[in-house]
Design a protein around this ligand. Structure first.
Ligand code: ADE
Ligand code: ZN
Length: 354
């Protein structure tokens, strides 16, 4: 990837601070960490519940929203899985994803790599085909309607067994050409990456790209084992890496992208005060950090909200914004030609502000 010229970077440094919010809104973005089930807004949850005859343990939209007072990851996941229970048919998955793509397009997202959690659906009797075909159709429509390049990443739920993950991979075999890679999510503490060593090795043999959540609530050791045992290419979250200086150096040296989610970290009390978020520290250490929304319907914001709020709270600069923009495209699973085209679009927007 070409490196930006010094005079271009100096021009970015000269962008006045009051122009930063407009720049953050306008810059083209890649979102690399979005659980599509986490984009289900309460209104859509209730609309799908009515359409599918699913009973919910909440009186209505306001009652559900009131339950979004999370104390940690698990307290969120319990509600997130309850919300996903309204998804039954391919059309539901399609409608959910299209609602996300409309929001993403408004935030200048031009590439989206969507996580989905098939086990939370197949366990309720929803066929893998309905999940994948609904989401894949939406990805195609996202390109036609919004110009967004979207791909799918199947996540294994780490609170379940590796045997269950293998069974899920087996169910996904007919659809592997529609999936770019696999990830690992759900309850982190007590479920280290090495629990999934064999299934990730198998996915690697199958030519799938590999990512994993690590170092969200869990220790730096989980980030290390995601890299060394699972051999992932990106770490989702990874913010706990700051407690391990050697790991920090390694992440920078090996250019391992971290898909950081500021509002998620705030709402799940990883950094209860956004002003304490370590995104700037990661960037200044030379780490390929990116900004993402994680579960935007639950955490109070999509991509632009994440950018605007973490910049305002921590005093990041236009130079950081440029770095974040580049990191996301470079860390994406797009091919080199597509990456070069995204970076050219990013540079054009920054040039127009400089
Ligand atoms: N599933 C959805 N959001 C998640 C998160 N932030 N961490 C782990 N698993 C998740
Ligand atoms: Zn996540």
């Amino acid at each position: 990837m070409n490196t930006p010229a010094d005079d271009f970077l100096s021009a970015i440094d000269a962008i006045p601070a009051e122009r930063l919010p407009a720049l953050l809104r306008a810059m083209p973005k890649a979102e690399l960490h979005i659980h599509i089930e986490g984009s289900l807004e309460p209104e859509l949850i209730f609309a799908l519940a009515a359409r599918n005859g699913v009973a919910l343990p909440y009186a209505g939209v306001d009652d559900l929203r009131r339950a979004y007072a999370f104390t940690d990851l698990q307290s969120f996941l319990d509600i997130y899985y309850a919300g996903a229970s309204v998804l039954l048919h391919a059309q539901d998955f399609h409608d959910m994803a299209m609602a996300y793509f409309a929001r993403a397009a408004a935030d200048e997202v031009v590439r989206a790599e969507l996580f989905f959690d098939p086990q939370t659906h197949t366990a309720r009797g929803v066929p893998m085909r309905a999940v994948v075909e609904g989401l894949e159709g939406a990805c195609r429509e996202a390109k036609a309607r919004h110009g967004i390049d979207a791909v799918l990443i199947l996540c294994f739920l780490r609170h379940l067994s590796e045997e269950d993950a293998f069974a899920t991979l087996e169910q996904a075999m007919p659809f592997l050409d529609r999936i770019v890679g696999v990830g690992l999510d759900s309850s982190e503490l007590g479920h280290p990456p090495e629990k999934f060593a064999r299934v990730f090795a198998r996915c690697r043999e199958l030519g799938l790209r590999l990512v994993a959540h690590a170092g969200e609530e869990g220790p730096p050791a989980y980030v290390r084992s995601a890299l060394d045992v699972l051999r992932v290419e990106r770490i989702d979250h990874g913010v706990q890496s700051v407690h391990d200086p050697e790991l920090m150096e390694r992440l920078a040296r090996e250019r391992i992208p971290l898909t950081v989610c500021p509002l998620s970290n705030q709402k799940l009390r990883v950094f209860p005060d956004l002003a304490d978020h370590n995104l700037g520290r990661l960037l200044d250490a030379g780490i390929v950090a990116t900004v993402n929304s994680d579960d935007p319907a639950y955490f109070g914001g999509y991509m632009n909200d994440n950018f605007l709020q973490v910049f305002a709270a921590t005093g990041l600069t236009a130079r950081h914004a440029y770095r974040l923009g580049r990191n996301a495209f470079e860390g994406s699973f797009a091919d080199d030609a597509a990456k070069a085209a995204y970076l050219a679009r990013l540079d054009a927007v920054f040039r127009s502000f400089a």
